[in-house]
Design a protein around this ligand. Structure first.
Ligand code: ZN
Length: 123
């Protein structure tokens, strides 16, 4: 006849003065997307480049947003906008859109090139 083991006790909550202390104050805010209040803190709107037609509706021209920002130190983790690939502007017509890309140079080393693609945002 085995007895069921007693349920494990809740882990003890350490007294407040034994909690690990942060070395500096921080107030980290997480942003789920570009619509969150601090998503564009510290990020300025991109200048229009080339013939792109319209501010990106997703990032409103910023090209990226904070996925996480510390409101005290202003350190942030940013994500590039998938809609405009970080350009902040989108092409709505038939013009080609430049995108950074990596290609092999003639001597076989990777290098940055600008690739032109048809816009995927034709309306
Ligand atoms: Zn965008």
């Amino acid at each position: 006849m085995g007895r069921r083991p007693a349920p494990a006790p809740f882990p003890a909550i350490p007294p407040r003065d034994r909690l690990p202390r942060m070395s500096h104050p921080s107030n980290i805010v997480h942003c789920a997307g570009p619509g969150d209040p601090h998503a564009f803190d510290g990020i300025s709107r991109r200048h229009r480049s080339g013939d792109l037609d319209r501010l990106c509706p997703v990032c409103s021209g910023h090209g990226q947003w904070n996925s996480q920002i510390d409101l005290i130190s202003h350190r942030s983790i940013r994500v590039p906008c998938p809609k405009c690939d970080g350009r902040g502007w989108i092409e709505t017509g038939a013009d080609m859109v430049p995108s950074p890309d990596i290609a092999l140079s003639p001597d076989g080393r990777p290098m940055w090139v600008v690739r032109l693609d048809p816009s995927d945002d034709i309306e």
